[in-house]
Every structure is written in structure tokens, then in C-alpha cells.
Design a protein. Sequence first.
Length: 241
Amino acid sequence: MARDKVCVVIGAGDATGGAIARRFAREGYTAVVTRRSADKLQSLVARIVEEGGRVHPFGSDARDEAQVEALFRQIETEIGEVEVFVFNIGGNVRFDIRDTTSRVYRKVWEMTAFAGFLTAREAAKAMVPRGKGTMIFTGATASIRGGRGFSAFAGGKHAVRALAQSMARELGPQNIHVAHVIVDGAIDTEWIKANFPDRYNVGPDAILNPDDIAETYWQLHRQKRSAWTFEMDIRPWKENW
């Protein structure tokens, strides 16, 4: 009997992560969505169901090895085969270096670099024996250059990019497509709307739309392996760079 094909989104927030889960669910994938608190997934779950999709929410701490191992074990035994893995945890904080505590730096590193490693490792364990799969890591401007006040965030995002590079070279020959997407610009969220209203006053499509970002992830997954993309950056047409 055929098993469900599963898209796992680690860090399925209200914007990008949720949009990615919805996009794959519309294509017949069972969306497995995670956040540290399952309660925060209720609106996303309701929307996916309303749109006719299948979804399983999990409250899971991606920094905890035992929880991550249990998550993927449950997915593979009770839900279906992990075919798509998306790591979408942010970790964006801003502190001048003299104000950056060891706790802040360690926490950001755990949320980005360490959580990325743990979850991607378990996804690889599921995909490699089957010889297929797509793994996409969400990056940021900080993935390629550190800005003032972003030492912790840039350190974590640089590490995620390096992880993706290493995994692409290891897993590509095993028919696993690993990609890294640099999201360079403000994303259309309620937080941006409340704190940076000027972003909404510069013309249409001048801010990143989560659904349009999700479409990019879907197209990455559909690529033929003779022309796989490892890294791309996406930004609105009016972003300064």
C-alpha cells in the first residue's frame, strides 16, 4: 500500500514556514509542521484543512536531540515517508557586541546551527535509504554577511549555510537535492507592518510575500537533477542590495 509523501517544515511560523506547508499540502503532500508550542500551530492547521490539505502539527523543540529523533521516528512509522524537509527557524536578534550575553549567543546558535544539524541529520537518515528527497534551508542576508549588531544571528546563519553546503556535496550523489535560500529583505508579516509601516508605502510588491517565497521552494523541489540549484537569493524588486 502506498504511503503518504510528507513535507516536514521545522519552524512553521505564521509567515514563510506556514506558506511553505500550505503550498506543498496543495500538491498532495501531508504537511508535518512543528513549533516549540503546538498551540501556536492551530490557525495554520485550520487553514490547511480548510484548503483541503492534510496536516499533522507537533510541538517539538528542534534543539533537543531526543525530541527530534522521536519526531522523525513517529513521522516515518505513523504518517508517511519524508520526501521534503524544510528548516525554517529564524533566530534574528540584534545586540551590539558589548551587550551580547553568552546566553543570547548560545541560544541563537542552538536555534539555528544546532537545530539545523539535528533535524537535517534525521531527515537524511529517512531519505538516503530510499534514494530520493529534497532538503531546503531558509537563509537570510546574515547568511553571507554580518551586519552591525547581528554577531549572534550572522554566526548562526553562516553555520547553517556551511551545513547545507557540506550536505549538498555528500547527499547530492545519493539523489538528495539540498538547497539554501537566502531571503534578502523584509517579509510581509504583522510584525513588520506594525514596526516598519514605511515598507508598505513604496509601491506594490515592494515587500516579500510569503506565498511567493513558498512558490520558489516548490519550484526548487520540482527541479530536474541535471540542473539542480544549490543556492539562490530572493528579494523584492525595490530592495537595496
